[in-house]
Write a protein that binds this ligand. Structure first.
Ligand code: UT7
Length: 329
C-alpha cells in the first residue's frame, strides 16, 4: 500500500446489550441442545437488544467509549461510517441518526453494507479518505441487531446470532504504525447463500412476504462454511503479502467470530497458537459487522496488544464478501 500518511486506531469502544440468551434458553425455543451448539459452533450465549434499542443505540454506546479513549469530543469528528445490515431505517442512515445523537455536527456520515465484512470495509474506506487528507479523523463502527431479522423458530439459524457494536476512531499515527494493508473482495455469485429476501425494491414488504418469513435471514450454512474456510485462508495470505509480512510476524489474530471451527481452521493454516488468537464467539455468537471490532476492542481492553504489535483482522460474510487488514498497533 502506498502510504501517504500513516493512519491507525487512536480510540476504541464496544457495547453489547444486557439481556443474555443462553443455549439453555435456546433449548426451550427450538429443538436443539447445548452439546450440538457448542460442538458445531463454539457458541454458549449471545446478547440480545432490548425492544426499545435499535442499531444506532448500540452504536452510540460504543462510539462514546471510543471517543473517550481517543480523548476527542464528538464536535471534532469529521467522518462517521456505520457498517450495518440492520439499520434503524432504510433512510435516514444509521450514521446520520448517530451523528445527531452524538452532536457530531461537522461530520459527514454514511452507512456501508458489507454484512460481516462491513467493519473492515469501513476501515479501508476511511483509511483511504484520511490518507489523502480529505478528512483528519473518522469514527468507524460495526453495529448490528441481527436478532431483529432472525427467525426464532428456525434452529438452523437462530442459535448462531447475537447483537452488539464495536467502534474505532481513526487518525494520523506515528510512522511505522497503523494500517499496512487491506484485502477486500466480493463473490456476488454466491449472494443467494446468505440473504434477507424481502423488504427491498425487488420484493417490497407485503402480507405474503411476511407469511413466507422472507424478512428473516436465510442461510445455506454448509456452503457458507466452505466459502468461509477458503477465503479466510486466501485473504489472510494476500493481506500479509501486501503488507510485506509473513505469518510468523503475527502477534494477534482477530478473526470474524462466526464459528469456532472456521477460526480453528484459519489458525491451523497460519500455524498460530491459541494465545495469539482472539476468540469470544462463545459469549457473543455471530454479531455480523460488530464481530471483528468486539473481538479487537475486547483484546485491547484486556491489554493483549502492546505498541508495535502486528495485528491481522479477517472476516467474511453476506454478499458474499471478505475483508482483511494488517496493522501495527
Ligand atoms: O457470518 C457469516 C455467516 N455464517 C456463517 O459463518 C455460518 C457458516 N456455517 C456454519 O457455521 C455451519 O454450517 C452451521 C453451524 C450453520 C451448521 O453446522 P454444520 O456442521 O454445517 O451442520 P449441518 O448444516 O450439516 O447440519 C447437521 C445436522 C442437520 O441434521 P440432518 O439433516 O443431518 O439430520 C441439521 O438439521 O444438524 C441439524 N441442526 C441442528 N441440530 C440441533 C441444524 N441446526 C441445529 C441446531 N440444533 N441448532
Amino acid at each position: 500500500m502506498n502510504t501517504i500518511r500513516p493512519i491507525g486506531i487512536i480510540g476504541y469502544g464496544k457495547y453489547v446489550p444486557e439481556r443474555i440468551l443462553t443455549n439453555a434458553d435456546m433449548e426451550k425455543m427450538v429443538e436443539t441442545n447445548d452439546e450440538w451448539i457448542v460442538s458445531r459452533t463454539g457458541i454458549r450465549e449471545r446478547h440480545i437488544a432490548a425492544p426499545e434499542q435499535a442499531t444506532s443505540d448500540l452504536a452510540y454506546e460504543a462510539a462514546v467509549q471510543a471517543l473517550k479513549t481517543a480523548g476527542m469530543s464528538a464536535e471534532d469528528l469529521e467522518l462517521i461510517i456505520v457498517a450495518t445490515i440492520t439499520p434503524d431505517t432504510f433512510f435516514p442512515s444509521t450514521a446520520c441518526i448517530l451523528q445527531d445523537k452524538l452532536g457530531a455536527k461537522k461530520a459527514a456520515a454514511f452507512d456501508l453494507s458489507a454484512a460481516c465484512s462491513g467493519f473492515v470495509y469501513g476501515m479501508a474506506t476511511a483509511n483511504g479518505m484520511l490518507q489523502t487528507g480529505m478528512y483528519n479523523n473518522a469514527l468507524v463502527i460495526g453495529a448490528d441487531a441481527l436478532s431483529r431479522i432472525t427467525d426464532y423458530t428456525d434452529r438452523n439459524t437462530c442459535v448462531l446470532f447475537g447483537d452488539g457494536a464495536g467502534a474505532v476512531v481513526l487518525g494520523e499515527v506515528s510512522p511505522g504504525r497503523g494500517f499496512l494493508s487491506f484485502d477486500l473482495g466480493a463473490e456476488g455469485s454466491g449472494g443467494s447463500l446468505l440473504k434477507l429476501e424481502a423488504g427491498g425494491s425487488r420484493l417490497p414488504a407485503s402480507e405474503e412476504t411476511i407469511q413466507d418469513k422472507k424478512h428473516y435471514i436465510y442461510m445455506n450454512g454448509r456452503e457458507v462454511f466452505k466459502f468461509a474456510v477458503r477465503v479466510m485462508g486466501t485473504a489472510t495470505e494476500e493481506v500479509l503479502r501486501k503488507a510485506g509480512k509473513g505469518k510468523e510476524d503475527i502477534d494477534l489474530f482477530v478473526p470474524h467470530q462466526a464459528n469456532i471451527r472456521i477460526i480453528q481452521s484459519a489458525m491451523q493454516r497460519l500455524d498460530l497458537p491459541e494465545e495469539k488468537c482472539v476468540i469470544n464467539v462463545d459469549k457473543y455468537a455471530n454479531t455480523s459487522a460488530a464481530s471483528i471490532p468486539l473481538a479487537l476492542v475486547e483484546a485491547a481492553e484486556e491489554g493483549r496488544m502492546k505498541e508495535g504489535d502486528t495485528i491481522l483482522l479477517v472476516g467474511f460474510g453476506g454478499g458474499l464478501t471478505w475483508g482483511a487488514s494488517v496493522l501495527v498497533w
